[in-house]
Design a protein around this ligand. Structure first.
Ligand code: TYD
Length: 427
């Protein structure tokens, strides 16, 4: 959960009192024999700006407006609540938040008896630990004072609380009391009113508000971790460059990295691993060395980049160990997972593109340079590696198998299309 306690403004945030205000205004005007304006004008009425509402919308003098306000106050306790409703989705939101263990409060500038009455009338009072309003009018409490009183009485620290409201005054009060603020756009705020107060968050409706409140920013990974896998010569580097260029054109910051390697120490381990001189290396030792390089890479490169909101494109990751050490060296998937468990620190790719290629065709593509220790392995080894990739890809919905027998540009278009399908929300 993002916060431990949520403080809700009442009118315009939980309840929709617009119609109650209009109907009370009509009663007052009728009693004084003042003409009722048309519906479009009536919809502009605002409870906290009654003088303005009567003089501008009903066309009264200031004196008449003051008289109307006196009558309005007499009618409001009966007429107002009868025409007030709870915004759609509010009950569901309160239920979800309460079930998640969030402490909920009403924090309104209304008199607290009135606020309690309204909440009881709509059967939402049970969701709140307490309903706070102004108790004693002599105290001249501001909304910020009420927030401070709640934090104090309920022993809640400022960083654990958030003030949620539909007006600039709610945002300003939250800020003054030192808590985060969330502005809701479905209430009565005028265009730009909430933005002017720079709330911590703005939200559209009770559903998005619920998600916002429950989301844990500690766990929320801002970046995206994309891995490219495939046997030697499958064209991973070309495709990573192409996706990287596409993402950068979309304005995203991209980090291109590879395994084994990516840090100074990991590059040294890489040299040991790929050096043909180390031909007889024990398979378990090999698995540990890949995992050791991975631990460096995850902690020093990948996690910080994700934390900074970057898209990490990584040439090989854990799936290489499954395929090469698990299947190729026949250590078994479970052993390889165990060896890697601490190195991964819980990190998993958001998506893996497995560039599928016949291993012998792949190896023939790389004969432009000296083969490394792994590439020097015989065909049966590379066939087992391929089996490892195929078996794992079949089981894991986050692995996209890409056919690389097509022209490079076609492969790129395919990868981009699949990326867009999966991550359209972040582009
Ligand atoms: P590299 O030159 O990076 O291969 P490529 O250019 O084909 O990606 O060499 C990495 C080699 O290490 C490659 O043959 C696959 C192997 N490898 C493993 O066996 N296990 C692993 O966990 C990783 C990351 C790579």
């Amino acid at each position: 959960m993002r916060y431990k306690a949520a403080l809700f403004d009442l009118d315009g945030t939980l309840t929709d009192s617009g119609e109650g205000i209009i109907q009370t205004g009509i009663c007052a005007a009728k009693e004084k024999g003042i003409a009722i304006p048309d519906r479009a004008q009536l919809l502009r009425m605002r409870g906290p700006a009654l003088i303005w509402s009567f003089t501008t919308l009903f066309g009264t003098t200031e004196e008449e407006a003051l008289e109307l306000i006196r009558i309005y106050r007499r009618y409001y306790p009966t007429v107002g609540p009868a025409h007030t409703t709870v915004f759609p989705g509010i009950e569901e939101m309160l239920r979800t938040l309460k079930n998640a263990g969030m402490r909920l409060f009403v924090c309104t500038a209304k008199y607290d008896v009135q606020a309690k009455m309204l909440c009881e009338a709509f059967h939402i009072d049970g969701y709140f630990e307490k309903i706070y309003g102004t108790g004693d009018p002599e105290l001249h409490e501001t909304k910020a004072d009420i927030i401070r009183r709640i934090l104090n009485e309920r022993d809640i620290s400022e960083k654990d609380a958030v003030m949620i409201g539909d007006k600039d005054v709610d945002m300003a009060a939250g800020k003054a009391a030192g808590v985060d603020t969330i502005g809701v756009r479905y209430g009565y705020a005028a265009q730009g009113e909430l933005e002017g107060q720079e709330p911590t968050f703005l939200t559209e409706n009770p559903e998005t508000l619920t998600r916002l409140l429950l989301e844990d920013p500690q766990k929320a990974k801002k970046g995206l971790f994309i891995v490219f896998e495939g046997q030697d010569g499958s064209g991973k580097s070309t495709q990573i460059r192409a996706l990287s260029q596409y993402l950068e054109e979309k304005g995203r910051e991209v980090l291109h990295t590879r395994e084994p390697g990516g840090t100074e120490v990991a590059e040294k381990i890489r040299e040991i691993l790929l050096d043909p001189e180390n031909k007889g290396m024990n398979a378990t030792c090999e698995a540990y060395l890949y995992a050791a390089a991975r631990a460096e890479h995850v902690q020093n490169v990948i996690l910080p980049a994700l934390e900074a909101g970057k898209i990490v494109l990584c040439d090989r990751f854990m799936l290489s160990s499954i395929a090469y050490q698990g299947y190729g060296r026949e250590l078994g998937v479970e052993t390889v997972r165990q060896i890697n468990s601490a190195a991964l620190a819980g990190l998993e790719p958001d998506c893996t593109f497995f560039l599928s290629i016949d291993p012998l065709a792949g190896l023939s593509r790389i004969h432009r340079r000296e083969p490394d220790r792994i590439e020097l392995e015989g065909a049966p080894f590379h066939e087992r590696v391929r089996r490892g990739y195929i078996d794992t890809a079949r089981e894991d919905p986050k692995i996209e198998t890409v056919d690389t027998t097509r022209p490079k540009l076609e492969v790129t278009a395919d990868i981009i299309a699949r990326f867009e399908k999966r991550f359209s929300d972040i582009l």
